[in-house]
Ligand binder design. Structure first.
Ligand code: PLP
Length: 406
């Protein structure tokens, strides 16, 4: 366990949290490129295997470079929260090869055939496909409901005792719809459901689901946590330490979705500036949203900081800031969107999000191309909709590029 002081501020945790002094006195935790670990004696190996002595055994089970990233993220998700006795909240995090691997460990470690997973519309595309197309092959069926309608959610849970897990994403891609974390977490508790929140879009800088006593938080660390677009990764964070150390650890190890030293090193490096980066991401996004909202070529802007967003009040309640993600609809529809994407001179045409540079994408012709137009429109993904992950180039350069492209 690393040394830290519970009274530290958020940025101090970003920089110092999770770090353990290293035996060769390297300033930063090196890249542990070693698949296995040695023992001094047979007795020592017995103690390490039994868990009586801390030590690394085999690379799929973890290593010091991976451990630092895990502890840092656990500390950030727990930041300033307390447990039932008023002590700093303890969480355990396990780093995976991707966000999808972390999600699979969460589901496979908590569910069995015959049980149902309750979730909502407009999930991350990969998550949606996993619950609709893959999990049913293993006897786990999804129940998909609009989580804005709490009565309907409660009725569904009451009516079907095989629902055991509730998974939600807020804000959701690409319309930034929010879900009431407090209400859903308490409903989950009332009916004894396992509750998991995908906190990728918000990050612990903006929103801490453990405040509402959810069971798990997962992230694609590929996005804001890494922040530089250098590695794919995912983390599963849990509040039941015993469960994390037993059944969840076993699931993680046996499905084999482990991370690796290089990606973990890049993640830790990115996390050191996480607080600073988020500040600039957010202030730039507010300015971009204001600019687009007043632009005659733009029909509509989805940004949680604008009071015309249907979830503006909810976001103000559960998020520290409306964040760095937004989407906007160009007046000219599909053709205008294609023209706009081709006109961009500085901003980057790419999917993904949360990198230093501003990324834009046109969902109707890319990520949501496979979804029928009727279905797309139902989710607010119109033909002229552009999704934007606002980076932290100088704000005037971002605005100038948008201006000439629109
Ligand atoms: C990217 C993303 C994922 C999947 O993460 P990978 O690292 O690509 O596996 C899951 N949820 C959300 C909200 C995402 O944005």
């Amino acid at each position: 366990m690393s040394d830290y002081n519970a009274s530290w501020g958020f940025d101090t945790f970003c920089i110092r949290g999770g770090h353990t002094a290293e035996s060769n006195r390297a300033h930063l935790t090196p890249l542990y490129a070693s698949s296995t670990y040695t023992f001094d004696s047979a007795e020592q190996s017995i103690n390490v295997f039994k868990g009586d002595e801390k030590g690394y055994i085999y690379g799929r089970w973890g290593n010091p470079t991976i451990n630092e990233a895990e502890e840092k993220i656990a500390l950030l998700e727990a930041f300033s929260l307390t447990d039932a006795s008023g002590n700093p909240l303890q969480l355990k995090a396990i780093l995976h090869s991707s966000g999808m691997a972390a999600l699979c460990t969460m589901i496979m470690g908590n569910m069995k055939a015959g049980q149902k997973l309750l979730t909502h519309f407009s999930l991350y595309g990969g998550t949606h496909e996993l619950v609709e197309k893959i999990l049913p092959n293993f006897g786990i069926e999804p129940v998909i409901i609009d989580f804005h309608d709490l009565d309907k959610v409660e009725a569904a849970v009451k009516a079907d005792k095989s629902i055991t897990l509730l998974h939600l994403e807020t804000p959701a891609n690409p319309t930034l719809q929010c879900i009431d974390l407090e209400a859903l977490a308490s409903l989950g508790k009332k009916y004894n459901l396992t509750v998991c929140v995908d906190n990728t879009f918000a990050t612990p800088y903006l929103q801490q689901p453990f405040k509402y006593e959810v069971d798990f938080v997962m992230h694609s660390t590929t996005k804001f946590l890494n922040g530089h677009g250098t590695a794919i990764g995912g983390i599963l964070v849990g509040r039941d330490i015993e469960k994390m150390n037993t059944s969840i650890t076993k699931t993680h190890r046996l499905f084999g979705g482990n991370s690796n030293a290089f990606d973990a090193f890049l993640l830790t490096n990115g996390l050191r500036t996480f607080g600073l980066r988020m500040e600039r991401h957010c202030s730039n996004a507010s300015q971009v949203a204001g600019y687009l909202n007043n632009h005659t070529g733009v029909a509509h802007v989805n940004y949680l900081g604008l009071d015309n967003h249907p979830d503006h009040a909810l976001a103000q309640r559960q998020m520290k800031h409306p964040g760095a993600m937004l989407s906007f609809e160009l007046k000219g529809g599909f053709d205008a969107a294609i023209r706009f994407m081709n006109n961009l001179k500085m901003c980057t045409n790419a999917v993904s999000l949360g990198t230093c540079d501003t990324l834009l994408s046109h969902p109707a012709s890319t990520t949501h191309m496979g979804v029928s137009r009727e279905q797309r429109l139902k989710f607010g993904i119109t033909d002229g909709l552009i999704r934007m992950s606002v980076g932290f180039e100088n704000i005037n350069d971002i605005l100038n590029d948008l201006e000439q492209a629109i």
